[in-house]
Write a protein that binds this ligand. Structure first.
Ligand SMILES: Cc1cc2nc3c(=O)[nH]c(=O)nc-3n(C[C@H](O)[C@H](O)[C@H](O)COP(=O)(O)OP(=O)(O)OC[C@H]3O[C@@H](n4cnc5c(N)ncnc54)[C@H](O)[C@@H]3O)c2cc1C
Length: 390
């Protein structure tokens, strides 16, 4: 092959840029990032951007804790740009049936060193006075949770990587992985084949198209999710905290100024392929958001509709990520299946995957996320049941 790189990173979203940046910092040789469209043009450009650490298992909690620390201290950790972090607090209200699960998670997370507590309805009313408390038995609270800006993070990592020698091509999609003798040898692109020693696949919801032809069958399925942005009138109350309500399944966060974002689950919305996703909001989504708000946030239900969008996301059978070398293909590293909760994991995953690629000891042991765990029957636990993303 005429062209050669030490590592090719495929995908220019949160994970591809975070990993590429960390590879360059570690001196991984010639690192080439290939993105079929533009930086942040996939899921990462559509994310809700929530920063929380509430998880049911240690591995994702540790990744979220380390990742959130980077987001909160971007200047010291990355040094270029900022993550647009806004500290609001994070609240996860639960019904009576989930109180034990929530208390258990809070105790495990506090033992890991996280500032979190289980709060009752009267404390919840103080933390977020806009909430109608019907059906809420209590909740997990992280006072320093909040939200950040994926575009800023991607640009910061790209600029940081570029300063350390990162090379990149945009509008350059990988059409195939080149695998010979059980080892990755390169990637095929419309501009020609590129030989390489290692490939990091960070193509999010588009991964299966590249993996199936080389015999890697990871159990990734796709769903569509929608996000809405609304505006409160001048002087009207605004949401204070980022809140995922496990009772009614509405998720709300403040945004800049009088804007706020809201998500409500709108049917199951499975997808066969990521490119099948309609990026416009569904007819009826506005009505569904208003219904959800009137139940949980009555003072927000009449806010002015600004816009809404949808994206595809990749999820695994235990709703946790898939990180590690692909079974049967040496040199092919997977960073996939973020299951709708990858945002705040991306900084730490960059460090971990870059270490794995260059053969160093990762700062967090992610063996529990290995691709083979499904075949081995070692799925991760979810305290709130499938699809709860915690
Ligand atoms: C609407 C929505 C809301 C969300 N909200 C949250 C949230 O609040 N919190 C949270 O943690 N997570 C959330 N998520 C999930 C989060 O956005 C994802 O986990 C994260 O963005 C995944 O990043 P990624 O880099 O894996 O994928 P992407 O950002 O999709 O990046 C993959 C990139 O690969 C490129 N690509 C694909 N195929 C090829 C190819 N063959 N060759 C070259 N390039 C290719 C794509 O163009 C894309 O840019 C949300 C997702 C959606 C859709």
């Amino acid at each position: 092959m005429a062209e050669h790189a030490d590592v090719v990173v495929v995908g220019g979203g949160l994970f591809g840029t975070s990993i590429a940046y960390q590879l360059c910092r570690r001196g991984a040789g010639r690192v080439l990032l290939l993105e079929r469209a533009a930086l942040g043009s996939g899921d990462s450009g559509r994310t809700f951007g929530m920063v929380r650490r509430h998880y049911s298992n240690a591995v994702t909690a540790l990744l979220a804790m380390r990742g959130s620390h980077t987001i909160m201290h971007w200047a010291e950790e990355v040094g270029i740009g900022d993550a647009g972090y806004v500290e609001t607090g994070y609240l996860l209200p639960v019904p009576e049936a989930l109180v034990e699960a929530s208390r258990g998670n809070v105790a495990r997370l506090a033992a890991l060193g996280l500032d979190t507590s289980f709060v009752g309805p009267s404390e919840i009313a103080q933390i977020e006075p806009l909430l109608a408390l019907d059906g809420i038995a209590g909740g997990a609270y992280e006072p320093d949770g909040g939200f950040a800006d994926a575009h800023k993070m991607i640009l910061g990592w790209f600029a940081g990587g570029y300063a350390h020698g990162l090379q990149a091509r945009f509008g350059c999609g990988v059409s195939a992985l080149i695998v010979e003798g059980g080892r990755v040898r390169g990637v095929r692109t419309p501009e020609g084949d590129i030989g390489c020693d290692r490939v990091v696949l960070a193509t999010g919801a588009w991964a299966r198209e590249l993996l199936m032809p080389v015999g890697v069958d990871v159990p990734i399925a796709l769903k569509r999710i929608q996000v809405a942005v609304l505006r409160q009138p001048a002087g009207a109350p605004r949401p204070n905290v980022v809140c995922s309500d496990a009772v009614t399944n509405v998720v709300v966060r403040p945004d800049r100024g009088a804007l706020f974002c809201a998500v409500t689950y709108f049917g199951d919305e499975p997808l066969d392929a990521a490119d099948d996703c309609d990026h416009d909001a569904s007819p009826g989504y506005e009505a569904a958001i208003r219904r959800a708000l009137s139940e949980r946030y009555p003072t927000l239900a009449g806010a002015a509709w600004q816009r809404a969008w949808a994206g595809p996301y990749d999820y695994s059978p235990d709703w946790n990520p898939i990180v590690g070398e692909a079974p049967g293909v040496e040199g092919l590293h997977l960073a996939l299946a973020w299951s709708g909760h990858g945002f705040k994991l991306s900084p730490a995953v960059g460090e971990v995957v870059a270490a794995e690629v260059v053969g160093d000891q990762p700062v967090i042991d992610v063996t529990a996320l290995r691709p083979a765990r499904f075949a081995e029957g070692e799925l991760l636990r979810l305290a709130y049941g499938p699809g709860a993303r915690a």
